[in-house]
Design a protein. Structure first.
Length: 96
């Protein structure tokens, strides 16, 4: 069974990039070597891998990517740091 991954990169400007792949090492290397010249990361090198989670299917990894992309910076940082209680708390808050 092949794993698929959702990952977060920290860019040199402090921003985050969220993606998914079936080969995390190749994908991160591709970002670092600017193999994706139209990618968000291409003008924000170097990047560092700060989070990765494995999934059983591409659909699960893709769904996680899109969910995380919608999150605030604080929620992404809580996930990166493994602060799951804070992540739950931030998920409860709504802005009216």
């Amino acid at each position: 069974m092949q794993d698929f991954y959702t990952y977060i990169l920290r860019c040199n400007d402090g921003s985050y990039y969220v993606g998914h792949t079936d080969d995390i090492e190749v994908r991160v290397s591709g970002h670092q070597q600017r193999h994706y010249p139209c990618s968000y990361t291409a003008t924000r090198l170097p990047v560092s891998l700060v989070f990765v989670q494995a999934f059983g299917t591409r659909d699960e990894a893709f769904a996680a990517e899109w969910q995380i992309k919608k999150w605030t910076r604080k929620k992404k940082e809580a996930l990166i740091k493994g602060e799951f209680d804070l992540l739950r708390e931030l998920s409860k808050k709504t802005n009216f």
